[in-house]
Design a protein around this ligand. Sequence first.
Ligand code: CTP
Length: 391
Amino acid sequence: QIGKLADQINYSAYIIGGIVRDLIIGRTNEDIDIVVEGNGIDFANLLAENLGGTVRCHEKFATATWKHPSRLKIDITSARTEYYDYPAALPNVEMSSLKEDLFRRDFTINAMAIQINEDHFGKLIDYFHGFNDIKQNKIKVLYNLSFVEDPTRILRAVRFEQRFNFKMDQQTFDLAMISADKIASTSKPRIAHELSILLKEKHPVESLVRLGEIGIIRYLIGTHSFNVQKLKTFKSLVDEIVPLQQNQNSETWVCYLVILFSETENEIELVKDYCLNNESLKVTDQIVELLDDNQNFLKEDTLGAIHHSLKNYQTESIICYIALMQLQECFANKLKKYLQNRTQIPKLIDGNDLLNLNIEKGPLFAKILLEIECAYLNQEIHSKEDAISKV
Ligand code: CTP
């Protein structure tokens, strides 16, 4: 349908970038990017008029996002933004603009398009042999200055290596090494965006080791060396404990940075430059607090007593603390058991129950509810009746 609408206004239209790569690899991808040789905003409006949904325009870049009622979201860009200057552009000029668009991208595997106009539906546009590189599991830049122009692409190269089990070819690896220092002058939020995606993928430790091999870690954290064992301990605790949590929107990725920065004269505060939201800031602050704490909670015998000290700490903050301190097994096991049991605390009573017991609303509420949770963790109570009689 989208291709037919493009035909109506004589636009060539293509799906492009990551989705083409993933179609070839056989992986799902819900981010659909379309490039038209024409005006992207006009085309998005045409789609909305004919197929419904809404359009959000980014006039400056002549791009638009079309949201279909089915919640499908498609980004539409123009292969040449100055298209209007050349209303009678010849087809070959148009083609070269698509080629230019593809050439400006990061890697050959991301620089393919598939035409969706009816007559050419499914035609693969592959000027730079991305298809072959996929078949050979290769990550390859399109031009020598690619990493210099955008050093975050080094992080992307490692992400695709780990995600697909691909490898940079020698030339790309060498270019990454000699461009690594450029990351030092890249904005922290841009680095953080790519790092967060990289560290949320399946192999964060391997990715960091690879970044170490490239030599870019030094320009990110100020030192060459880092303790892989601490990273591994953290990852295995994450795998063991985070899946048990109900709320899995955890900020584990930022903990890898905390572990790295802790190697550099304990400048964990520097991690805050990379925190993209309040949640990651909170986790970083909590880890600093735990490290500064007198750590009496380690001496506690009961889970209830530990809960008194650690109830407000996120799971990932506590796990990171265990890894950073390389805690002895008995202490680590105690905290692990606490975290595991904490995920299973039921809400035995709530505020209404306390009101029914003629307790006045106020700070006492939170205190009582905490005591009930601690008593549950200590297996002193098991049911709502137990909780009410304890109150
Ligand atoms: N791109 C690029 N350089 C960057 C970021 C992106 O050239 N620094 C290009 C790539 O061609 C990429 C496209 O923009 O395919 C879209 O970027 P993005 O959505 O970040 O990447 P995907 O390849 O779609 O990766 P993912 O599957 O992780 O979404």
